[in-house]
Design a protein around this ligand. Structure first.
Ligand code: SF4
Ligand code: FES
Length: 368
């Protein structure tokens, strides 16, 4: 059995922004019992002892946790490479300095759009100017500028401006992350999924800048899987590499695993990380290949893509053991094509974006 390498600590589901493509669970408001500082430290220590080397500190907005610098210092002391994954909103020069002193290795921030009005609309909060300022402060304190922009139908037409903004901010790394349709993004998919033509145009622009900026800025273009005919190797295979701990201590083989019915996600308040990783039914549920059905079971590609994403399979077909329907060999590929057709046909006024906040979480989270 492989060991966890990447620990994603979702420190809190609280967030001052309300992005309609958030990957947090729709019912996040129901999971409000956050782990304490001491509980997080124990999780970091146990996962490190198991072999984890990379620690992502995310949320929600991790900056909300008042103990963030203390947690970073503990993680750094254990030898983790620590990565803060933040919206940037709420980051001040003082906070950057204290995180640096605590040993934080890396900061990634996100901007919704190069246009102030659209940025603030998508974030649900006036945040554009502040985020730009934060980007400069991050560089000033000697960190590489790592910028993430989630790409979807509302901003894909701004691809050139997004890239120009990254240049202006002095980004060293730019992640153009095509929206993945889980959680809030799935709820809003009809208004977020771009057309095939929009993708093609945006990708061509990204490639043009990639060539132009080679050696100056690294650009990662995360491909949209609905328009592929083979699925992504989600999580590098279930229970092989990634361990996510949700704010309330639920241990998840992927950040979406809470949606899978019948999957009892163990809690770090009840079990050690070792017990969870090695023995829990949740982490063993889709390990290896024995759980697979046809066509994956006899497919030579299974060692490459592990049959795709379990959460996407469940969310789109109702069956978590099905072949990811993105795959052209899946008998259910038509559900992806139907989703694309629905997005083409969708009119914004018929189905306005649902923004992520505790009110809409209670409304759309459904029974637990
Ligand atoms: Fe991958 Fe399954 Fe499709 Fe084969 S059938 S390519 S294993 S998803
Ligand atoms: Fe859960 Fe892909 S997001 S397996």
């Amino acid at each position: 059995m492989t060991k966890p390498r990447w620990l994603l600590a979702e420190l809190t589901y609280r967030c001052p922004l309300q992005c309609p493509y958030c990957s947090n669970p729709l019912d996040y408001a129901a999971h409000s019992q956050e782990l304490s500082t001491e509980e997080w430290k124990r999780v970091f220590s146990e996962a490190r002892a198991m072999g984890a080397v990379q620690l992502g500190l995310s949320g929600g907005e991790p900056l909300i946790r008042q103990d963030l610098a203390e947690l970073v210092a503990h993680a750094r002391g254990l030898g983790y490479y620590t990565n803060l994954i933040s919206s940037g909103y709420g980051l001040t020069e003082e906070k950057i300095a204290s995180l640096k002193a605590a040993g934080l290795d890396h900061i990634q921030i996100s901007i919704q759009s190069p246009d102030k009005t659209l940025n603030d609309f998508l974030a649900g909060t006036e945040s554009y100017e502040h985020k730009k300022e934060v980007a400069h402060l991050i560089k000033k304190h000697g960190y590489p500028m790592v910028l993430c922009v989630v790409i979807h139908r509302q901003n894909i037409h701004q691809m050139r401006e997004i890239l120009d903004m990254a240049v202006e901010l002095g980004a060293d790394y730019l992640e153009l992350a095509n929206c993945q349709y889980y959680g809030w993004a799935l709820l809003n998919r009809d208004q977020l999924l771009p057309t095939r033509e929009q993708f093609a145009e945006a990708e061509a622009i990204a490639q043009e800048y990639k060539a132009k900026l080679a050696g100056k800025m690294k650009i990662y273009y995360v491909v949209p899987d609905y328009y592929e005919d083979r699925p992504k190797a989600c999580m590098n295979g279930w229970g092989t590499t990634f361990l996510t701990i949700a704010p309330d201590g639920a241990a998840l083989p992927c950040h979406e695993a809470r949606v899978l019915p019948g999957l009892e996600c163990p809690n770090v308040r009840d079990f050690s990380v070792k017990e969870i990783w090695e023995d829990s039914p949740a982490f063993n549920r889709f390990r290896g290949f024995d759980w697979m059905e046809e066509p994956c079971r006899s497919c030579p590609e299974k060692a490459k893509d592990f049959g795709g994403c379990r959460c996407q399979a469940y969310l789109m077909t109702g069956d978590a053991t099905a072949t990811d329907p993105v795959c052209g060999l899946s008998p259910k590929r038509k559900v992806v094509d139907e989703a694309i057709a629905a997005a083409y046909a969708a009119q914004p006024q018929e189905k306005p974006l649902v923004f992520r906040n505790s009110r809409t979480s209670k409304q759309h989270g459904g029974p637990r």
